[in-house]
Write a protein that binds this ligand. Structure first.
Ligand SMILES: NC(=O)c1ccc[n+]([C@@H]2O[C@H](COP(=O)([O-])OP(=O)(O)OC[C@H]3O[C@@H](n4cnc5c(N)ncnc54)[C@H](O)[C@@H]3O)[C@@H](O)[C@H]2O)c1
Length: 361
């Protein structure tokens, strides 16, 4: 199969971890007989320094004409603060590239070998942690209008609007049910239906859609309780589906359960439009540019390598290839001999990548 991929390394450790991801992707392609067509493009400060734009037109074009985007990270805090908020790389590049991609999937998995790195006691993680969080990405509080601050101090008012259409609620719930069906068939729908109108609409639709999926065990939970249960009984959780703000907070909380922020992959997916294409699916590790360790070959490449596996699974339907990558990463982590500093080891990013490649071949 020919795989056409836009590769946007970005800033800080982006180049190192995306380089690691591409080494693994190339190895998988050789092993399974695929051809990778990778088009590299600048984004973030790498692009600002060259042409004064965090997301140049040429980079957009590269993203539009490829089947998937593999993204590192953008932003450098010391330089970001020299720009107004709306011109900062994270704002410009991420929001633009994710437009139309309404489903954000974050996979939280704790390999056995990393159990000592998980902040929870053994008794809470004995059953293992393997959670897929599905966050709605294009609606809710972050985009609802009106939004802003008005009036004069000390009598100013601030308003944010949480708004969801039934269409938006149903399409993300559908992703939740379908994902649960491919995993352990348990779906936790998180809302605040005792208070919020948007959550009442959410829950009504979750219950109704649940009738179409009698094979999926559906549970409802208020978000405050869910944030507590995520720590108390993570082993019982399979797929969580929730709206934008709740998902933002819960998924960051859950990322700690995987042993390091450098471990968590993610995908942003949408629907095909009438032309059959739609926005290009976007894949990235959840961490940022980590300027404190950038350029030192110290970054944990696992999150990006697992992100490559997600890309193969969701955009290209290559299940065996994705599974081979997951298995190689988890074998290295379970063995615990070649680990980067964030996982308590002394190995370099390139050494951990080589160890994963050895398992893959
Ligand atoms: N999607 C993105 O592009 C994205 C996401 C988050 C933050 N950012 C940007 O990144 C910059 C730095 O943000 P931050 O410091 O808040 O978050 P960060 O994720 O970059 O770093 C937080 C801490 O985690 C460590 N860390 C992160 N990834 C790691 C990895 N793969 N291996 C080992 N350690 C790792 C870092 O060294 C740091 O100590 C900011 O400019 C921020 O805006 C970008």
């Amino acid at each position: 199969m020919d795989l056409h991929i836009a590769v946007l390394a970005g800033d800080g450790i982006g180049g190192e971890v995306v380089g690691a991801g591409m080494r693994v992707l190339d190895a998988v392609a050789v092993k399974f007989g695929h051809v990778i067509h990778a088009e590299h493009a600048d984004v973030g400060w790498a692009a600002l320094d060259k042409c004064g734009q965090a997301l140049p037109e040429q980079t957009r074009a590269v993203c539009n004409r490829n089947q998937a985007i593999l993204f590192g990270a953008v932003g450098l805090p010391d330089r970001d603060k020299t720009l107004p908020l709306q011109e900062r790389p994270e704002r410009v590049a991420l929001l633009e590239l994710r437009k139309g991609l309404f489903a954000n999937l974050r996979h939280i998995f704790l390999p056995r070998g990393l159990a000592p790195r998980c902040p929870l006691k053994d008794e809470y993680i004995a059953g293992g942690i393997d959670i897929m969080i599905i966050r709605e990405l294009t609606g809710g509080l972050y985009y609802g209008q009106p939004q802003g601050i008005s009036g004069q101090s000390p009598n100013r008012h601030a308003v944010d609007t949480m708004v969801y259409s039934e269409m938006e609620v149903r399409r993300i719930l559908r992703v939740g049910f379908e994902t649960a069906r491919k995993r352990r068939r348990r779906l936790l729908s998180v809302d605040k239906a005792n208070i919020l109108a948007t959550s009442q609409l959410w829950r009504e639709n979750a219950i109704a859609m649940g009738r179409e999926y009698p094979d999926v065990q559906l549970e409802h939970m208020y978000v405050d309780n869910a944030s507590m249960q995520l720590i108390r009984r993570p082993a019982e959780m399979d797929v969580i589906v929730t709206e934008n703000t709740f998902g933002d907070i819960l998924s960051d909380e859950a990322s700690m359960l995987a042993g390091s922020i450098g471990m968590v992959p993610s995908a942003c997916l949408g629907d095909a439009d009438s032309s059959g294409k739609g926005a290009t699916p976007f894949y990235e590790p959840i961490h940022g540019s980590a300027p404190d360790i950038a350029g030192k070959n110290l970054a944990n490449p696992a999150g990006t390598i697992l992100t490559v596996a997600m890309m193969l699974r969701y955009t290209f339907g290559l299940q065996a290839e994705a599974h081979a990558i997951d298995a190689a990463v988890y074998a290295v982590l379970d063995e615990g001999r070649v680990l980067t500093g964030d996982l308590g080891g002394k190995s370099k990013c390139s050494e951990m990548t080589s160890a994963i490649l050895d398992r893959l071949r």
